[in-house]
Design a binder for this molecule. Sequence first.
Ligand SMILES: NC(=O)c1ccc[n+]([C@@H]2O[C@H](COP(=O)([O-])OP(=O)(O)OC[C@H]3O[C@@H](n4cnc5c(N)ncnc54)[C@H](OP(=O)(O)O)[C@@H]3O)[C@@H](O)[C@H]2O)c1
Length: 354
Amino acid sequence: MESTHIKVVLVGFGSVSQHFCKIILLKQRPKKLFERIRVVGVCDSSGAIYDENGFSLQQLLNHKEKTGLVEFASTQNQEQIRSFKDAEEMVKSIPSYDVLVDASPVNLNDGNPGLQCARISIARGANVVFANKAPLVLDYKGLHDLAIEQKVEIAFSATVCGGLPVINVGQRDLVGADFVSIKGIFNSTTNYILSQMELGNSREHALAEAQKTGIAEADPHLDVAGIDTANKLVIIANSLLKIDTPIRLEQVVICGIEKISKQDLDSAKAEGYTIKLVASATMDKNMKKYSYTVAPERVEIDSFLGRASNTDMCICFETDIYETISMKTNETGVFPTSAAVLRDILNMKRFKLK
Ligand SMILES: NC(=O)c1ccc[n+]([C@@H]2O[C@H](COP(=O)([O-])OP(=O)(O)OC[C@H]3O[C@@H](n4cnc5c(N)ncnc54)[C@H](OP(=O)(O)O)[C@@H]3O)[C@@H](O)[C@H]2O)c1
């Protein structure tokens, strides 16, 4: 294999990883950007496989669709494929690789398998790209410090609002800013549910629709109870705000949308408001301390947040030197998140094309 190839290991082969592979298959131009990517390792809940030459992505996708497993069929040269019982065993055992993509489910108990695989990969000198929020929510500083020590990069733009470049804009384009507040709608599933309830559709039907498109969390309680939004707020706070001690999920006051009824939405509407699940990090008046909340809020129908409906997600950065910058995305499926994973890989210093 030429050294210009980017050897990728995927932890998790669900919606995000599969759409990542589909993008690489679909995108022909510029060829030199995409043809370098080789998926050499992949795992799901049933086990892990490795091929030093890189898998045929189409075969991987076909096989997963047909069998539900990544474990490979005899269509490829079996001899060069090594199998492992799980992701951790694979990332410990295989020859060096360039980047680990963590697209495994959110596990807020211990962050695994993502957290452990990320630590092993960084220690082995590989870069890590996260779509999974849990490792960053549980140990942002540990991963950040380890990456600096090992001189590798970690990137996580896919963890917050799919393809909307919240982290990139916050870190790069708002350089030097102090944030007076960061406020937004970070979860498309709950935004879709609230918009559909406003139209008279049931909460259950709207959730089922969101699940069908792949945008809902594997455990939809994380969406509906506001925990997914709070996870994103923690990642934004720890990566963008100049705070001495990283914040923990327990410091976010969280209220979900479970108790919002059609009547609440109707009475808000009658007064010119709509209800949104809003995440906020707000600096106090003395500019000393942030408070963090996730809660359903009445916002004016014609405001920036009020106009974000259905699967829209958005963010407003209120800053000292750039004034207020707002961004919005409408994402109807998983492609933008997978594109953000790809973006993070292609933007890494060691993979930049000259
Ligand atoms: N979907 C989105 O729009 C979106 C957006 C932003 C961030 N994310 C985050 O990205 C991550 C992946 O999301 P997704 O939508 O792709 O989820 P998903 O469709 O549920 O896929 C999860 C994958 O992880 C695998 N898995 C489960 N337990 C595992 C284990 N112990 N070891 C290795 N693999 C394991 C699953 O295996 P099986 O296939 O065998 O079940 C599946 O392949 C999640 O953390 C999610 O929060 C998703």
